[in-house]
Write a protein that binds this ligand. Structure first.
Ligand code: NAP
Length: 346
């Protein structure tokens, strides 16, 4: 088969699209004929190399894909050839207390397809049946590939970890990105008043289209001061931050007393200065969140499949142009998700 791959970590020039041995399925796995796949910022981290993760080379990156079941392993009963499926990349194989309690994201062996093990930016992929969600007829392949990782992440962040309530004020940073644009839609659906930041007027216009009530260009202005002004000095109840070092202090400054910041990422760096005085005096909560349980993922995907929530597609590239797809994310171009399609499907 043809697959995106790299043999050493590095810049975009380490990426290749070429021959790779066909995947073989284990008893609990499903072979998927990939129709579309999507990028996440994680693909950039994985390509550059993450501390403590020693990948088997060559590595196939990619955590999001959708396609048709080609074959199933002997133990698989949930799927059969011809079914339409999306990949849920969070994986825990262990029989530990967390997995038994229904939250594999907390399991010691929790890992992510594409980050820790070979991923799905390829013509075919072997994926455990437990890591697949059914996709109804009528949902297009781009949507089925683009939605799973970021919508499950934002769903757990806002609803399960953040406890978002209708009527609350929520600030979503980086609203043009995958997680950001999912968070804006989920906050709007929950009945929150949504404040959104992005780095251009055009992106802010899109953020309004998908549910933001107020927008701030955080490249042009200090967003914490803007938030104070927009809320008559009060601040917001929740900040959704995946940008990291560059925004962290202003995120804390944007919160009302008793407010909470939920973080799932640190694109601009993971070791920001933090003002502990502000955290204890204002009784702020700092909440981490990663991926979601299969149940949470399927809950939010139902809302994508019925059109309530919608991944916006920035651009679709043939997989052979994977370097241009990575470049789009690294250069902060566009709004929503970048999709790649096996060249043989075009
Ligand atoms: N823990 C988890 O489970 C989990 C899950 C998903 C993602 N994440 C993390 O969350 C972060 C966002 O992921 P994503 O897939 O949504 O990424 P993405 O689609 O590339 O979006 C990132 C957004 O952040 C903003 N940004 C600000 N400074 C940036 C910079 N220096 N470089 C790139 N973008 C910058 C950009 O919006 P503007 O140009 O409008 O500012 C961009 O649209 C990543 O760090 C990722 O690893 C974590």
């Amino acid at each position: 088969m043809q697959a995106v791959q790299f043999s050493t970590h590095g810049d975009r020039d380490v990426l290749e699209y070429g021959d790779f041995p066909d995947p073989e399925i284990d008893r609990d796995e499903v072979l998927i004929d990939v129709k579309a796949a999507a990028l996440n910022y994680l693909d950039i981290w994985t390509r550059r190399g993450l501390p403590g993760i020693d990948l088997e080379m060559p590595h196939i990156p990619g955590s999001d894909a959708a396609g048709v079941v080609e074959a199933v392993g002997e133990d698989v009963t949930r799927f059969e050839a011809g079914d339409r499926v999306s990949v849920l990349a969070g994986k825990s194989g262990g029989d530990d207390e967390f997995t038994r309690k229904g939250d594999p994201t907390l399991a010691p062996d929790f890992h992510i397809i594409g980050e820790h093990v070979r991923g799905v930016h390829s013509e075919y992929a072997a994926v455990p049946a437990a890591n697949l969600a059914p996709v109804p007829e009528g949902v297009d392949w781009e949507t089925a590939a683009a939605a799973p990782l970021v919508f499950q992440t934002a769903w757990r962040m806002l609803r399960d970890r953040g406890g978002l309530q209708a009527g609350e004020k929520v600030l979503v940073l980086g609203a043009s990105g995958g997680v950001g644009h999912a968070a804006v839609q989920i906050a709007d659906l929950a009945g929150a008043e949504v404040f959104a930041t992005a780095s251009s007027e055009e992106k802010l216009g899109y953020a309004e289209e998908i549910g933001a009530d107020h927008t701030i260009d955080y490249e042009e202005t200090d967003f914490a001061s803007e938030i104070r002004e927009m809320t008559d000095g009060r601040g917001v109840d929740m900040v959704v931050d995946h940008v990291g070092a560059q925004t962290w202090q202003s995120s804390l400054e944007s919160l009302v007393k008793g407010g909470r910041v939920v973080t799932c990422g640190a694109t601009t760096g993971g070791t920001p200065e933090t003002d502990l005085n502000r955290i204890f005096w204002n009784q702020l909560s700092v909440i981490g969140s990663t991926m979601a349980t299969p149940g949470q993922a399927e809950e939010v995907l139902e809302l994508v499949w019925d059109g309530t929530l919608e991944p916006r597609i920035r651009e679709t590239f043939p997989m052979s142009e994977i370097a241009s797809a990575h470049e789009m994310l690294e250069n902060r171009e566009g709004f929503g998700k970048v999709v790649v399609v096996p060249d043989s499907e075009l």
